[in-house]
Write a protein that binds this ligand. Structure first.
Ligand code: PEP
Ligand code: MG
Length: 319
């Protein structure tokens, strides 16, 4: 029975009508990636590089970072790897980076905004990534993008670093986690190779609810129809330019969330290792047509509760 389970974990997430969705893991270290592959992951859709800065009390230099990225690439043996550049700020604080205290850190110098102001952080990270990319496929992703200008500036900096190292070009993507980015997806898609939707932040910024607020966090519902409408819009924008769209926020690892995201046209779901087998099994029990119908209905209700009620149409997966 265990062998049977192990075999089924490795089966692709193909719907009953033959549509396959890529299933990836959110992991930060090579040893976790190995476990994710055993659990059925087909790659790493989100490597959060903050951990390199958080696990120690000094800033990791280019060499430290290169070793970490190279170890991850090698652990994956050619499977896809999306590495996200440093996403510090908001709830993610790094005392030794000596960042200014802000009154509204979630609306402050976070993610790509920090990268654009701190070449001393961006350049060593990009150099380490390009060097690691010589050992296997790496895709570079920027967090907290809210404008086209940010993308153009970051791409120019990338090109300078790449040329200095004489490294091959790598695919470049952005997180879609700010409503402006979702609304401008058709424009942004002209300038990048892929999107990955961060439903945690997209929910917080769409509903204007601090995702950690002691009283309001419950209102931060990623199943809210407003969030799903932004996902729909993001997919439509990406399609205009033939780009793929993933989701690496928490919604991708929830059964109903995954079902809706696939129904909305998302190509890849990246989640915690522990969610992989349930999501794969669920998707394998439904047709894409069913999931598209579910998604259409979820876009046409008033509340997150009504979206949740639609989940009754899904066939449960036995534990
Ligand atoms: C997100 O915002 O959904 C996301 C994946 O990024 P993080 O949770 O690291 O902010
Ligand atoms: Mg985020």
């Amino acid at each position: 029975l265990q062998e049977e389970e192990a075999r089924s974990r490795q089966l692709p997430a193909t719907t009953t009508d033959g549509h396959t969705v890529e299933i990836a893991a959110n992991v930060n270290r090579a040893d976790q990636a190995v476990k994710a592959l055993e659990a059925g992951a087909e790659g790493v859709g989100l490597m959060r590089t903050e951990f390199l800065f958080l696990e120690r009390d000094t800033v990791p230099d280019e060499e430290d970072q290169y070793q970490a990225y190279r170890a991850m690439v090698e652990a994956l043996h050619g499977l896809p790897l999306v590495v996200r550049t440093l996403d510090i700020g908001g709830d993610k604080k790094v005392p030794h980076l000596d960042l200014p205290v802000e009154e509204n850190p979630f609306l402050g110098v976070r993610g790509a905004r920090l990268a654009l102001r701190r070449d001393d952080l961006l350049v060593p990270q990009l150099r380490a990534l390009y060097r690691a990319a010589k050992h296997g496929p790496i895709q570079i992703m920027f967090p907290m993008i809210s404008t086209v200008e940010e993308v153009l500036t970051l791409r120019a900096r990338m090109e300078t670093v790449r040329a200095e190292l004489d490294a091959p070009a790598v695919p470049v993507g952005i997180m879609i986690e700010v409503p402006s980015a979702a609304l401008l997806a058709d424009r942004l898609a002209a300038h990048v190779d892929f999107f990955s939707i961060g439903t945690n932040d997209l929910t917080q910024y769409t509903l204007a609810v601090d995702r950690q607020h002691p009283e309001l966090a419950g209102m931060a519902e990623s199943l809210h129809p407003s969030v799903l409408r932004l996902v729909e819009r993001t997919v439509a924008g990406a399609r205009q330019h033939g780009r793929w769209v993933g989701v690496c926020g928490g919604l991708a690892g929830e059964p109903l969330g995954a079902a809706l995201l696939v129904g909305l046209g998302v190509d890849e779901l990246s989640m915690s290792t522990s969610d992989i087998s349930t999501v794969k099994a669920l998707l394998r029990r439904h047709s894409l047509a069913e999931l598209q119908d579910l998604a259409r209905r979820a876009l046409d209700v008033d509340t997150a509760d009504e979206v949740r009620a639609l989940g009754a149409a899904l066939r449960a997966v036995d534990a």
